[in-house]
Design a protein around this ligand. Structure first.
Ligand code: UTP
Length: 287
């Protein structure tokens, strides 16, 4: 069955980015020229995803407002002859068919994904964590869909991470199939560097078979009271095969101010309109 749906989780509290995220959700923070969540929607549209389910908090209006058609704004831009701006505004509202589900309490990523169970309706689906931006020639989800099509099993995106940083990630115990694909033998959450089974760390892209929902429902709340998706993945692994895929592309963790700054500089330098000017600005800074 083709992967046509994606769940974008955007209900977190974004505490590492306070106070910027006190009234504005992290996913609405701008990276270069558009909010983080728009990158996720563009990745979906470029990967053949037709339906997107966004998990939000109740009263978190910004995200829906960003993707809804704004008749008034479009009329004003049209009247003023601002055609480029009009095209940008229209692009945001035409990326995919979007529905919204609420996560009332922030009980972790596993719980956030569970909120989309009814909307996913028994199909395989992608999950995007919008604060992990992946820049590359082929969208990460499109690459992962090809792996799903080959094995018809869940696929998790992984990245080679240096030993001193693996303790911040879920790490895969891999059985290598080729340079990019491994069969997952096991998962270890935040291991000590010396006990990590590999350097392949899980990042914010997944494709799951619908059986993951039953596994999340069976997963108890962990040490910090959250339902972790890696715990549900352990349960899924007992029943089904799972694959790890080392995607082509560069990932930026924009969930912290420093990560956002790095992504802003690197993607700003590539921007077709002002990348050249930005480069000359940076080179004349006396660093
Ligand atoms: P993070 O681990 O970045 O958590 O979640 P967070 O709460 O947003 O940020 P910090 O750690 O407090 O700074 C990864 C993704 O999962 C979503 C977040 O919105 C983010 O896109 N998430 C996390 C939820 O939707 N619900 C949750 O309960 C937790």
């Amino acid at each position: 069955m083709e992967v046509k749906k994606a769940v974008i989780t955007a209900a977190g509290l974004g505490t590492r980015f306070l106070p910027a995220t006190k009234a504005l959700s992290k996913e609405m923070l701008p990276l270069v020229d558009r909010p983080l969540i728009q990158y996720a929607l563009e990745e979906c549209a470029d990967s053949g995803i037709e339906q997107v389910i966004i998990v939000t908090r109740p009263n978190q209006r910004g995200i829906k407002g960003h993707f809804d058609t704004s008749v008034e704004l479009e009329r004003i831009l049209q009247e003023k002859g601002k055609t480029d701006e009009l095209a940008k505004v229209r692009k945001a509202s035409g990326l995919a068919e979007i529905s919204y589900v609420f996560q009332e309490q922030q009980l972790g990523l596993g719980h956030a994904i569970l909120m989309a169970k009814d909307a996913v309706a028994g199909e395989p689906f992608a999950v995007i964590l919008p604060d992990d931006i992946i820049d590359g020639d082929v969208p990460a989800i499109k690459q992962m869909k090809a792996v799903y099509d080959r094995y018809e099993a869940s696929v998790v995106a992984v990245e080679h991470i240096s030993k001193d940083k693996v303790s911040s990630y879920g790490v895969v115990n891999p059985e290598r199939i080729d340079g990019k694909v491994s069969k997952v033998r096991g998962l270890v959450e935040k291991p000590n560097p010396d006990e990590a089974p590999s350097d392949l760390c899980i990042v914010g892209r997944y494709i799951f078979t619908p059986e993951i929902f039953a596994m999340i429902e069976k997963t108890p709340r962990g040490a910090i009271g959250e339902i972790q998706i890696t715990d549900a993945m352990h349960l899924l692994l007992e029943r089904q095969s799972m694959y790890a895929y080392a995607f082509d592309g560069t990932r930026y963790d924009t969930g912290t101010p420093l990560g956002m700054l790095k992504a802003s500089v690197e993607l700003g330098l590539k921007h077709p309109e002002f990348g050249v000017d930005f480069r000359s600005y940076l080179t004349q800074l006396e660093l």
